[in-house]
Design a protein around this ligand. Structure first.
Ligand code: LER
Ligand code: MN
Length: 275
């Protein structure tokens, strides 16, 4: 594998409550990894129900034996399954959200992967103003960033579209939020960016080295190549900023997992030149 190139990754979910969500593989992690490897992916991104999941499956050994990297570990189940968010009005819920994320950071770091904070960033709501929600989020990120620093971990903060959060919707807002943190980078999800960014290329160029991971999805959240996204300018922009991370397909398994994976790798190979 060329360590200096942009690498391909595909998502796997072990969270039944996320059924219908934008994850390509479901079910057995081992079978999913084997399929991803045969199709030609460099890595897999894992969406576990909780940190304990990694006591039930030896993801590290499987990844090593099969020859895949683990691109990232998602934490959306903290919200989806356990209704935990960093911006909850209830301090006890915020504390449990921090405990969930701290444990996930430890296991992700053991797997050599960054931990994603997307849905768990929360949003404003009854008893929490927009400003207060942002303050709670920044406070949580600062503490997690310090923990990441202490254990050699990495955090990816993901701006989401307006229907999922009112914290940060754009890369520019995300860049401001994570300012001064040393182990936290941005996750640029092309599905969300297509909704929120005035100009996706400009946003990538402005965010620059703050970008640590990409969710590789077309406008309709299908495999890249299935919608109307102009892919090449985005890849070229990533080349210009010297991006060397993953393009990880967080898309619906449509028409089925295998087809979505194959379509993704075709688009990846067509658009990613040696940048
Ligand atoms: C998570 O990566 C994400 O993009 C959210 O939309 C939750 O699905
Ligand atoms: Mn995403």
């Amino acid at each position: 594998m060329n360590e200096t190139a942009i690498k391909s990754s595909i998502t796997f979910s072990a969270v039944p409550e996320a059924q219908g969500g934008p994850f390509v593989y479901w079910g057995s992690l081992e079978e999913s990894m084997r399929s991803a490897k045969v199709i030609g992916f460099d890595a897999i991104e894992i969406f576990p129900p909780s940190p304990d999941y990694f006591q039930t499956v030896d993801a590290r050994t499987l990844a090593r034996q099969i020859g895949l990297e683990i691109a990232a570990v998602g934490t959306g189940a903290g919200w989806l399954k356990h209704k935990l968010s960093l911006a909850d009005a209830d301090p006890q819920v915020r504390t449990r959200a921090m405990e969930f994320l701290t444990s996930m950071l430890v296991v992700a770091t053991q797997l050599g992967a960054p931990m994603i904070i997307g849905s768990m960033q929360g949003r404003s709501g009854p008893g929490v103003s927009k400003n207060q929600a942002k303050e709670f989020l920044r406070e949580g990120l600062e503490r997690l960033d310090a923990q990441a620093k202490a254990i050699g971990g990495q955090i990816l903060y993901e701006p989401l579209n307006r229907y999922e959060t009112d914290q940060c919707n754009t890369l520019a807002q995300g860049t401001e939020l994570i300012g001064g943190l040393s182990c936290t980078k941005l996750l640029a999800d092309w599905f969300h960016m297509n909704i929120e960014e005035a100009d996706m290329v400009e946003s990538i160029l402005k965010a620059g080295t703050a970008i640590g991971h990409v969710h590789f999805a077309d406008t309709n959240r299908l495999a890249v190549g299935s919608g109307h996204l102009s892919v090449q300018p985005l890849i070229d922009a990533l080349g210009q900023i010297g991006y060397r991370g993953f393009l990880s397909a967080e898309v619906f398994p449509l028409p089925d997992s295998q087809s979505a994976a194959e379509r993704t790798i075709r688009s990846f190979k067509q658009s990613v030149r040696s940048v």
